[in-house]
Ligand binder design. Structure first.
Ligand code: HEM
Ligand code: HEM
Length: 379
């Protein structure tokens, strides 16, 4: 059943996210000393692939599977491929990184091809804004991940040149500025506005897609007009998201423990990310993405466990992320600081502990609801 597969994808995603949060906590308080580069890359990719992309696969199932039919690429195998790739980053072994990077890319390609196949069956002109956003977002993910695998092969074959740094920039900007922004806007729209098919929504999705491509191309070829155009497209599209979807934020109950408040605050974070030019990683990873995904878990409708926890998670996640980002903006990175030697040691744990509480609570909830009836159209 489609929704059970969505829940499974989130269960695996939450499991891998525990590693992200634990490394983040260690990096914040630094009682184990400075975190090495391999562990940082593990933190980064366990978060973006293990948590965020497993969640996006689950949402793709909810949006594209036919009721009662087979649900596309296998969720368990995808989780295995992701876990293997994250561990390869941790091992620091370039051959393992290249081999499992390729397996990860094949997995992503499988999901993208399935979504294209289903979109074709539905009719490209009949897709909802959320469906179109996921389709275009996965397309950017395929492109960004292909660049990632090229990088892994360059590292594995000792072919690192000046151009490698540029390719890392292309990879990171396609993934964060293209893929993440697009899927976040689509997921928030799905929950807050429902199954919309408006022209404005489609224009918004296409502008975000083009903005991601232009950003990556501008960095690759060092073409300033492409970067400027990308900025214009992204600004226009995010203003559209704020006006079209964000205005619904005023109508929701901020005290109610539903997914809606996570989705609404994610739109606010998206605007902050635009103002900061997506420069501050956790604005996107926690403020935008973790909110839209936690909102989706809540909307899956599993019975509540520990009702108090929902409030602690929501406020802890957002107050923690906000104070963390403010510290990074005003004081700078904690790299090189001693144990509890930087304000990040006191702000990041609020966010990290809220995330860990979310992982435990939501895992219990999802485990208790093996076959939920319908996919959420609204929270
Ligand atoms: C198959 C999928 C992926 C592959 C093969 C891949 C590969 C890589 C490689 C080789 C690096 C450079 C590592 C180094 O410096 O040693 C990297 C860095 C990075 N990746 Fe990925 N990656 C993938 C998915 C993602 C996703 C989904 C995201 C975000 C949504 C992401 C965001 C980043 C960022 C932000 C960096 C750091 C860039 C920097 O150092 O400034 N990656 N990735
Ligand atoms: C999707 C989830 C997450 C992703 C993708 C992510 C990604 C990143 C990235 C790219 C960096 C920069 C690494 C570098 O310096 O090269 C970083 C640093 C850091 N992360 Fe995360 N992170 C995530 C979640 C978390 C969580 C839940 C915590 C909780 C404590 C956390 C705490 C930290 C800390 C403390 C730093 C060092 C900041 C500094 O002082 O510069 N992260 N993370």
């Amino acid at each position: 059943m489609a929704n059970a597969a969505t829940a499974r994808a989130f269960q695996y995603g939450l499991g891998i996210f525990a590693l992200t949060a634990l490394i983040g906590l260690a990096n914040a308080i630094k009682i184990f000393g400075t975190i090495d580069q391999n562990t940082l890359l593990t933190h980064l990719h366990s978060g973006t692939l293990g948590w965020i992309t497993m969640g996006v696969f689950g949402i793709a199932v909810a949006l594209f599977a036919r009721n009662g039919s087979a649900v596309g690429p296998n969720v368990r195998l995808s989780a295995l491929a992701t876990a293997a790739y994250v561990l390869a980053f941790w091992s620091g072994n370039f051959i393992a990184r290249a081999v499992f990077g390729l397996v990860m890319l094949a997995t992503i390609f499988g999901w993208w091809a399935w979504v294209v196949y289903r979109a074709q069956a539905i009719g490209f002109g009949r897709l909802t804004v959320a469906q179109l956003s996921i389709l275009l977002g996965l397309t950017t993910l395929v492109i960004g991940s292909t660049v990632g695998v090229i990088l892994q092969v360059l590292f594995a074959t000792s072919n690192v040149t000046d151009q490698t740094g540029v390719l890392i920039g292309v990879h990171a900007s396609a993934q964060v500025g293209g893929y993440l922004v697009l899927v976040a806007a689509g997921i928030a729209e799905w929950h807050l506005s429902g199954e919309t098919r408006t022209t404005a929504g489609r224009v918004q999705a296409v502008l975000l897609f083009l903005a991601g491509l232009l950003l990556a191309l501008g960095i690759l070829l060092n073409v300033t007009p492409a970067l400027l155009l990308s900025n214009v497209f992204q600004t226009v599209a995010i203003v559209m998201v704020a006006l079209r979807v964000g205005r619904r934020a005023f109508g929701i109950g901020w005290g109610a423990p539903t997914g809606a408040r996570h989705e609404a605050i994610a739109v606010g974070w998206l605007v902050v990310a635009l103002v900061l030019f997506i420069a501050l990683d956790h604005t996107m990873f926690i403020g935008v993405m973790t909110n839209v995904l936690f909102g989706t878990v809540l909307a899956l409708g599993a019975p509540r466990t520990w009702p108090w926890a929902d409030h602690v998670i929501f406020w802890g996640l957002n107050a923690g992320a906000a104070s963390f980002v403010v510290v990074l903006l005003t004081v700078g990175s904690s790299a090189g600081a001693g144990p509890f030697g930087h304000p990040v040691a006191f702000t990041a744990p609020i966010m990290g502990l809220a995330v860990l509480l979310g992982i435990v609570t939501f895992s219990i909830r999802l485990a208790g609801a093996p076959a939920m009836a319908t996919a959420p159209a609204r929270t």
